[in-house]
Write a protein that binds this ligand. Structure first.
Ligand SMILES: Cc1cc2nc3c(=O)[nH]c(=O)nc-3n(C[C@H](O)[C@H](O)[C@H](O)COP(=O)(O)OP(=O)(O)OC[C@H]3O[C@@H](n4cnc5c(N)ncnc54)[C@H](O)[C@@H]3O)c2cc1C
Ligand code: SF4
Length: 327
C-alpha cells in the first residue's frame, strides 16, 4: 500500500472541499477501497473519512417513501423493520451479498460505488481499460466466465457486482448528492455509466461530490416481490445472475411489473423489454418465459459466458414464479 494521509471530517462542506483535491477518495466502511489500495489499484494521496457525517439514519417520508442515509450499514438496512415490511426485495438483496461481517461494515454509499470484480481489473499484470485507460481489455479474449452479456463494449465487459443496486434499480430509487454547487438528485438509472469507450468513468458523480442519501418512493400499488441470486456457492460469493422483481397482480393479470437483473450487465440492469411483455399480460409461465426472452434479447456472449444468457432467463422466470405465488 502507498503512504496516504487520513483526514477525518465532521461536516459536509469540509468533506467536499477536501475531496476536491486531486488524488482524494472518501472512505466509509473501507471494505472495497482498502482492498484496492493494498493491491495498488487505487493509490489515493489522501483518504477522507466521512463516518462522522450525519448520514446514518433511515426515515419514512410523508409520501410513504423511505430516505436512507449514505452511511447506513448494509446489515442495519436489511434488518430495518420498515424495509422488511415495505421493501422486502431490498432486504433479500442485501442479505444475499458478501458475509455478515462485511455487511456490518459496508455502507449504502460504498455499495453504490463499489468497483467491478473482473479478475483482470485486480491483476496489474494484465491490460485493463478500466484500471489503466487505453491499455486494452484482457477479459475480451481471456477467461470471461464471470463477465457481462448486456451493456458491454469493445473496451470493457465487466459486470457491476452489487446486489443492493439491483433491488434499488427495480425500486426506482433516487440518489441525493452534494457538491460545491449545492445538492442535486440523480435518478438511479442515470447514476452508473455504461463502459462505452471510457470504462474508467463508472458513475455520474462530479469531482468532490458526496452521496448523502438514497430515496425509495412510496409504492403506488400493492406488490409481491422477490430477489433471486444464483452463484457458485451459497454464501460469500458474487452473482452469476440475479433478478429483482416486483409484481402487481390482480384477477390473474399483471397490472405492473418492475424488473432488474444482476450479474449480467455492466451496470445494474433495468429490464424494460421484460416489463413491456409483463404489463397487462396474464400471470402465467408462458408470459414469464416471454418476458425472460425479451430481457435477454440484446445479450451478447463471449468465449466462456454464453451460459449466463440461459441462466439469466431461468433466474428471471423462477423469480417471477416465486413472487407471483406469494399470497
Ligand atoms: C469478500 C467480499 C465479498 C463481497 N460480496 C459481495 C456480494 O456478494 N454482493 C455485493 O453486493 N457486494 C459484495 N461485496 C462488496 C461490498 O458490498 C462492498 O465492498 C461494500 O458495499 C462497499 O461499502 P464500503 O462502505 O465498505 O465502501 P468503501 O470501501 O469505504 O468505499 C468504496 C467506494 O465508495 C466511495 N464512497 C463511499 N461512500 C461514499 C459516499 N457517501 N459518497 C461518495 N463516494 C463514496 C469511496 O470513495 C470508494 O471509492 C463483497 C466485498 C468483499 C470484500
Ligand atoms: S472487462 Fe473491463 S475491468 Fe475487465 S479487463 Fe476488461 S476493461 Fe478491465
Amino acid at each position: 500500500m502507498e503512504p496516504f494521509k487520513l483526514i477525518r471530517v465532521h461536516d459536509n462542506q469540509a468533506a467536499i472541499r477536501t475531496a476536491l483535491m486531486a488524488g482524494s477518495r472518501f472512505i466509509a466502511g473501507g471494505t472495497n477501497l482498502i482492498d484496492l489500495m493494498k493491491l495498488h489499484i487505487e493509490t489515493p494521496k489522501q483518504v477522507v473519512d466521512i463516518n462522522k457525517l450525519p448520514f446514518s439514519g433511515i426515515e419514512e417520508l410523508p409520501d410513504g417513501g423511505l430516505r436512507i442515509g449514505a452511511l447506513v450499514k448494509n446489515s442495519d438496512l436489511a434488518y430495518h423493520p420498515v424495509v422488511i415490511k415495505k421493501y422486502p426485495v431490498l432486504s433479500e438483496a442485501l442479505l444475499s451479498g458478501a458475509s455478515p461481517q462485511l455487511r456490518n461494515m459496508a455502507s449504502v454509499g460504498g455499495n453504490l460505488m463499489q468497483r467491478t470484480r473482473c479478475p483482470y481489473f485486480y491483476n496489474t499484470d494484465f491490460a485493463c481499460n478500466k484500471r489503466n485507460p487505453g491499455s486494452g481489455c484482457a477479459a475480451l479474449t481471456g477467461y470471461n466466465r464471470m463477465n457481462a452479456v448486456l451493456g458491454t463494449s469493445d473496451h470493457c465487459i465487466a459486470t457491476h457486482p452489487s446486489d443492493m443496486c439491483v433491488a434499488l434499480a427495480a425500486l426506482d430509487a433516487t440518489i441525493h448528492v452534494q457538491g460545491t454547487k449545492g445538492s442535486r438528485l440523480i435518478p438511479f438509472g442515470e447514476f452508473h455509466r455504461l463502459p462505452g469507450q471510457t470504462p474508467h468513468v463508472e458513475h455520474s458523480l462530479l469531482p468532490g461530490e458526496l452521496i448523502t442519501h438514497v430515496d425509495i418512493p412510496g409504492m403506488s400499488y400493492s406488490y409481491r416481490s422477490h430477489y433471486l441470486k444464483v452463484r457458485d456457492r451459497a454464501s460469500y460469493e458474487f452473482a452469476l445472475t440475479s433478478a429483482a422483481v416486483l409484481l402487481d397482480i390482480r384477477g390473474g393479470r399483471i397490472q405492473k411489473a418492475d424488473i432488474a437483473l444482476g450479474g449480467v450487465g455492466t451496470k445494474p440492469w433495468r429490464a424494460v423489454p421484460a416489463e413491456k411483455v409483463l404489463n397487462g399480460a396474464s400471470a402465467d409461465l408462458q408470459t414469464y418465459r416471454a418476458a425472460a426472452e425479451a430481457a435477454l434479447s440484446q445479450a451478447k456472449s463471449y468465449k466462456d459466458n454464453a451460459y449466463k444468457i440461459e441462466l439469466a432467463k431461468r433466474t428471471l422466470v423462477r423469480a417471477l414464479t416465486t413472487a407471483a405465488a406469494i399470497s
